[in-house]
Design a protein around this ligand. Structure first.
Ligand code: NAD
Length: 378
């Protein structure tokens, strides 16, 4: 069985799906691993590093695709790649089947099987495969560094011969995986940090990192679903949240926002008025740009300045830390492959509580219910 990794399609994507340490593990599982020459270069991995652990390196993309049983990628491969795969081949990547169902049609037309990394359930058994958390960890960390680089002030309190410099005040909105890592990073840099989330459970996590948790009266409404994700809250709660955030924002040097509700537009937490009342030189890094943004003025993928306040909404921060992002993603994939491959052979067991839910398309048939429904109405 051949597992293949190509150079990612998008020129701005510096991550690679497998790193050498994982190739070594897969080769030991009795499968062959083929890597397109140069696939790891942007993540600081040379062809020779892959070859040293038993991978085959080649520049012959058509030949590589034709003999592929499982294609591993970070992002959904382009149609030219999909067209080059043999019928029945498996594609495993962040495929966005629920966000961009139409774009799954080429995979379906070609009779492929598609396993979407974002559909892997976030259960205890699947924890080592949770690439959403791996990437969110990196994004939360990097968001604070990006903000620190843009700010006209330092993060830590410093006592120098020229006098004392006060610590930066940082506000983190949304305390999921990315938000908590942002809090931890801002704390490590010496800032005074406040966190906000609609889930009460997040309060404990925020406080355990040495930050203050901002509390809003949720009106007795359940704000967390059975999977630990936030539910959409009432407009009244949103209004109370925005008021509290606006008050804190005026005192803050940096806001990192990461609030998301699965399947919905990101909640607007920072209003235009709140931005206009912020200090000149303050920075907002909006991590929810891909789903519309948590700040009313956010322009996804852009950096703008409003009244001296910079608002950034980077869309792929994980790719700016390509070595570690690839390493974590590659480990997540390898853990997933360890249940998909038995004795060097594919074991696509749909009764498995990880494999079943993550399979969006099987041999050209959309089988994930939400994808099926989306394709039926379009
Ligand atoms: P996410 O990216 O969906 O959302 C980020 C955060 O935004 C969440 O904490 C959410 O509560 C918050 N949010 C939503 N609406 C908001 C609003 N109006 N105001 C403020 N905050 C708002 O979440 P995530 O980072 O993927 O994590 C979600 C949950 O899943 C967390 O409880 C996390 O601990 C849990 N989780 C569990 C596992 C596991 O058990 N294996 C793995 C990863 C995450």
């Amino acid at each position: 069985m051949q597992i293949t990794v190509l150079k990612e399609n998008d020129a701005n994507e510096a991550r690679v799906a497998l790193v050498p340490e994982s190739v070594k593990k897969l080769v030991a599982m009795n499968v062959s691993v083929a890597i397109e020459s140069g696939a790891g270069l942007l993540a600081s991995i040379n062809d020779a590093d892959y070859a040293a652990v038993g991978a085959t390196l080649t520049s012959d993309r058509p030949g590589l695709l034709a003999s592929t049983d499982i294609l591993l990628a970070v992002n959904r491969p382009g149609d030219d790649v999909i067209d080059g795969l043999k019928k029945g081949a498996i594609v495993i990547a962040f495929l966005r089947p629920l966000d961009e169902p139409k774009k799954m049609e080429q995979l379906i037309a070609r009779g492929l099987t598609a396993l979407a990394i974002e559909l892997i359930p976030r259960t205890t058994r699947a924890q080592s495969m949770d690439a959403l958390s791996s990437m969110a960890t990196i994004v939360g960390y990097k968001a604070v560094l990006v903000a620190a680089e843009r700010m006209p002030r330092m993060f830590p309190m410093l006592t120098t011969a020229a006098g004392t410099v006060p610590p930066a005040r940082v506000l983190i909105l949304g305390a999921g995986v990315a938000g908590l890592q942002a809090i931890a990073t801002a704390r490590r840099l010496g800032a005074i940090v406040e966190g906000f989330d609609v889930r009460a459970a997040a309060g404990e996590a925020v406080r355990s990192l040495g930050a203050r948790f901002l509390e809003v009266d949720m009106g007795g409404v359940q704000t967390e679903d059975a999977g630990g994700y936030a539910r959409e809250v009432t407009e009244e709660v949103m209004e109370r949240s925005r008021e509290l955030i606006a008050k804190q924002a005026a005192l803050t040097d940096c806001i990192v926002t990461s609030a998301q509700v699965p399947g919905k537009r990101a909640p607007i937490l920072v209003t235009e008025q709140a931005v206009l009342a912020m200090k000149r030189g303050a920075v907002i890094v909006d991590l929810a740009g891909a789903t519309g943004g948590n700040c009313a003025l956010t322009r996804p993928g852009e950096e703008i300045e409003v009244n001296g306040v910079r608002i950034l909404a980077p869309l792929n921060l994980a790719a700016t830390v390509p070595l570690h992002a690839s390493q974590l993603y590659s480990r997540n994939l390898t853990s997933f492959l360890s249940i998909l491959i038995k004795d060097g052979q594919l074991n696509l067991d749909f009764n498995d509580d990880i494999i079943g839910p993550s399979c969006a398309v099987h041999q050209g048939q959309a089988i994930e219910p939400r994808l099926k429904a989306a394709l039926a109405v379009n």
